[in-house]
Design a protein around this ligand. Structure first.
Ligand code: NDP
Ligand code: 8X3
Length: 253
């Protein structure tokens, strides 16, 4: 056993790919999300394939009490967490600021910012007690450049960028590493969620170029989390080769 990793939002996309990658490498996994049936299926698959142990915790990161209760429920070796991947998050709609839906704004800010804070607040005491650990926050190119109609989603990811810097400073005395990884366009369920189930609109986002995959990002998370104790990647931006930044994607059709 190489260690234990807790991944939020492991029911699809980057989180699921990270679960698969770390399972292959012999890590025990704590996987979280709101879809219990997906968590159960992933547990069954990974325990069978990799011979590691998987603990599913089904909760909504927006629910402060449920988040704290889920972490408090950890006992024994499950409390010895080496890596926390704060990945759960979403965008909803692509709308000019004055036309934005305030419920969508609440959901994005409550999930991407406050949810990340609740999980971190609950987990940090366990890392501090061991004098080591690594928090990996999934930001976005949207944290680095604000694009048209991205307003609140971009703001939520800017907050993840700022919080990652703040965490790194405050956790320095405890030997806890903090890394922010900022991916560009990646084909997961992200656009299907953003466009509220419109598969055609979601597919259009990735036409004409090769986007990142969940596996690409999982490789990077794995690399960052397995560097020597004295080495920490603080901030990493990764895009498809066809994407220069949040604005410029070279599409061939
Ligand atoms: P997916 O939609 O495929 O996965 C999102 C995950 O987040 C799901 O497992 C979902 O689980 C979980 N999640 C969402 N809301 C909540 C909640 N309230 N409580 C608990 N879990 C929640 O998208 P990605 O894998 O692409 O996204 C992962 C992260 O990467 C997000 O933070 C996203 O903003 C970021 N990102 C994505 C990029 C992309 O282009 N795909 C690029 C840059 C960053 P469930 O529904 O079961 O709760
Ligand atoms: C996801 C990438 O460009 O849709 O964070 O904002 S983007």
């Amino acid at each position: 056993m190489k260690g234990t990793i807790l991944i939020t939002g492991a029911t699809s996309g980057f989180g699921e790919a990270c679960a698969m990658r770390f399972a292959r490498e012999g890590y025990h996994l704590i996987i979280t999300g709101r879809r219990q049936e997906r968590l159960d299926a992933l547990k069954e698959q990974l325990e069978k394939e990799s011979g590691i142990q998987v603990l599913p915790l089904c909760f909504d990161v927006r629910d402060k009490a449920a988040t704290q209760a889920a972490i408090t429920s950890l006992t024994g070796a499950w409390r010895e967490i080496d890596v926390l991947v704060n990945n759960a998050g979403l965008a909803l709609s692509l709308t000019p600021i004055d036309e934005g839906d305030t419920d969508d704004w609440d959901t994005m800010l409550d999930t991407n910012v406050k949810g990340l804070l609740y999980v971190s607040k609950a987990l940090i005491p366990l890392l501090k007690a061991r004098g080591k650990g690594h928090i990996i926050n999934i930001g976005s190119t949207a944290a680095k450049h604000v694009y048209a109609k991205g307003n609140v989603y971009c703001a939520s990811k800017s907050a993840v960028d700022a919080l990652s810097q703040g965490m790194r400073i405050d956790l320095l005395p405890y030997g806890i590493k903090v890394t922010a990884i900022h991916p560009g366009a990646a084909e997961t369920e992200f656009s299907l969620v953003r466009f509220k189930g419109d598969q055609g609109k979601a597919d259009d986002v990735y036409k004409g170029f090769t986007p990142l995959s969940g596996d690409d990002v999982a490789d990077i998370v794995f690399y960052c989390s397995t560097l020597p104790k004295h080495v920490c990647i603080n901030d990493l931006v990764v895009t498809p080769t066809a994407q220069a930044n949040a604005y410029y994607v070279h599409k061939t059709n």
